[in-house]
Structures are given as C-alpha cells and as structure tokens.
Ligand binder design. Structure first.
Ligand SMILES: O=C1O[C@H](COP(=O)(O)O)[C@@H](O)[C@H](O)[C@H]1O
Length: 248
C-alpha cells in the first residue's frame, strides 16, 4: 500500500535541504542493497535547486552507479539553455562522477531522431525498455517532480491527451501552454512505476493546485494529483505552497 506524506518547511531552502538529505539516504541504501540506483530528474526552479544542493553534498553517493533519466524535456536544439538536461548538467551532472552511458537524456530537436518529437518520444520509450526487466520501464527508485501553478508535472498539462495517456510511458506534446510548445514527457503510468515520487513545490502561486491535488482532485484537472509512487508519495512544500492546504 502506497503512503502519502505532506512535509512543510519554512522556506524553499529548507525544503531543498530536506529533499537533499533524503535523496542521499534513498540512493545510498539502494546502492548498498543492489549496487545501483535509478532516478528521474525534473526541470523547474526547485528541482534544479535540489540538483545544485546535491552537487555541494554529493560525497556519499556513488554517482557512477546511478541510472539517470529525465521526466520531461523541452524539444529544442542541443545545448539550448532552456533544455532541462542542460540545466541539470550545469547544476549537477557535469560536476559529479556520473557514468556517461548511464545518463539517459531525451533527444534534442537537432538530434539523431530528427525534428519529429513523436519519433524522439518513441526512441526514449525504447531506452526505458532497454533498462528494465520485463515491464518496459524501470521501477525507478525516485521520480522527482516540480509542479506548475495549474498543477502540471513533467509536461503533463491539465485536460490534454498526454495527461490522459494510459498505456504509453513516453509521449510527445506539441501544444504545451507553457513555452516552449514542443516537449517530450513521461506519462502518469511511467511516474507510477517509481517507488518514491517526490513533488518539490514552493511559492504561493502553487498553493491552490497543491490543496486540490492533496485533496484528491482528478488528474485530468490537476495532473499532480495522479503522481503516486508505488511505495510512497512525498510532497515537499514551503510555507507559501502549503498555505491553502486546510482551506479546501
Ligand atoms: O516546464 C516545466 O515546468 C515544471 C515546473 O517548473 P517550476 O519552475 O514551476 O517548478 C517542471 O517540473 C518541468 O520539468 C518543466 O519542464
């Protein structure tokens, strides 16, 4: 039975510090148990701040034995500073001893799969399949998620085909309401394959969506409501993001 926890912190820095310590704990215990760990990174302000914090305190993790995936990507040319993987590399991956063959980036729009995001999404689904045993996508140890003010996670926006996807683990999004419009994203079935799903959310503009999701909204209306880990789901909130929790 999956457990949901809502943790509140004074500010975004305290939230990031707590997520960093817990990330180190989960990854190092997975490595102690089976030699490696697998994590899904997120873009966004708080998600990238966590990666920066991990860079400063990454000693305990054997980064060469971590499989690193991405929850979503902005389908832009390689090196574009808006790409989540570029930001993740600058914040963390370029500075720790990751194994280059174990960092699974989603393709760029000028990459090997061409400029068609559907082809790039299908290629990433194959990557997931190649790293799993039987289920077509790994049972990630941790899936990190940020959340937009309307409740989007990864590039799963309210009332879209992508958030309603029931079968595929990776899809293309060609009309994202948040720029850039073309993206690649893991779907809710992929998120739910993770043992631990962590939503890192700060800021008053997210308080309504947090309250709705924690209160059990439909994922079609508030996508984050559908983000549930197979073992645990943890909401890491600052005071502002948590401010409407008791009022809905
Ligand atoms: O566009 C995106 O936005 C979300 C949320 O970002 P935030 O800055 O509001 O926290 C992010 O999780 C996602 O990866 C990204 O592509």
């Amino acid at each position: 039975m999956s457990k949901t926890s809502v943790l509140q912190f004074l500010d975004a820095q305290a939230l990031v510090d707590a997520a960093r310590s817990r990330f180190v704990e989960v990854v190092t215990s997975a490595q102690a148990e089976r030699g490696s760990a697998s994590v899904v990174l997120t873009g966004g302000g708080t998600g990238i701040a966590l990666l920066e914090a991990l860079r400063a305190d990454s000693g305990a993790i054997d980064w060469g034995n971590v499989d690193i995936f991405f929850g979503d990507e902005r389908f832009l040319p390689s090196g574009d500073p808006e790409r989540n993987e570029v930001q993740a590399s600058e914040a963390l991956l370029d500075h720790v001893g990751v194994h280059p063959d174990r960092v699974f980036r989603m393709a760029a729009s000028d990459g090997p799969h061409g400029s068609d995001p559907e082809v790039a999404a299908a290629a990433y689904a194959q990557v997931l399949g190649s790293r799993s045993s039987g289920e077509h996508t790994p049972a990630f140890d941790i899936h990190l998620l940020g959340m937009g003010g309307e409740g989007h996670i990864n590039s799963l926006f309210p009332h879209t085909d992508a958030v309603r996807e029931q079968h595929r683990y990776v899809v293309a999004v060609e009309d994202s309401p948040k720029p850039p419009p073309v993206r690649i994203t893991l779907t809710l079935p992929a998120v739910r394959r993770a043992q631990h799903v962590w939503l890192l959310v700060s800021g008053a503009n997210k308080a309504d969506a947090v309250a709705s999701a924690v209160g059990g909204a439909d994922s079609d209306d508030v996508p984050s409501a559908g983000a549930v880990g197979s073992e645990s789901t943890v909401w890491f909130l600052d005071t502002a993001a948590a401010s409407k929790l008791d009022k809905k």
